[in-house]
Design a protein around this ligand. Structure first.
Ligand code: FES
Length: 100
């Protein structure tokens, strides 16, 4: 399982965990102690947005459901974003959350 590090908006690491592909990054981050705020929970606001600073190629931005708003190229909505099922176990993903 790929390792995910969640950082706050100043770049300080808040938590890290081995991510599974069956649940959103945001939900897994919350379960591991990072209180990423969710509002809609379905990819239609920016509450949970994060800037991917490493490993974007291992993320599926719409793993859990369709994205209803557009975000910057380096951003994901963590409530619907998940890791790709074929993401190599020794790789790392880092996400800086705007509202954390
Ligand atoms: S909580 Fe609204 S887009 Fe994720």
């Amino acid at each position: 399982m790929v390792k995910v590090t969640i950082k706050d908006n100043s770049g300080k690491p808040i938590t890290n965990f081995k991510a599974t592909a069956d649940e959103s990054i945001g939900a897994q981050a919350q379960a591991n102690g990072a209180s990423i705020p969710f509002s809609c929970g379905v990819g239609a606001c920016r509450s949970c947005v994060g800037k991917v600073t490493k490993g974007k190629e291992f993320l599926n931005p719409e793993a859990i459901g369709p994205q209803h708003i557009s975000v910057e190229e380096d951003e994901v909505l963590t409530c619907i974003c998940g890791v790709k099922t074929d993401a190599p176990a020794n790789e790392e993903i880092e996400i800086e959350c705007e509202n954390l």
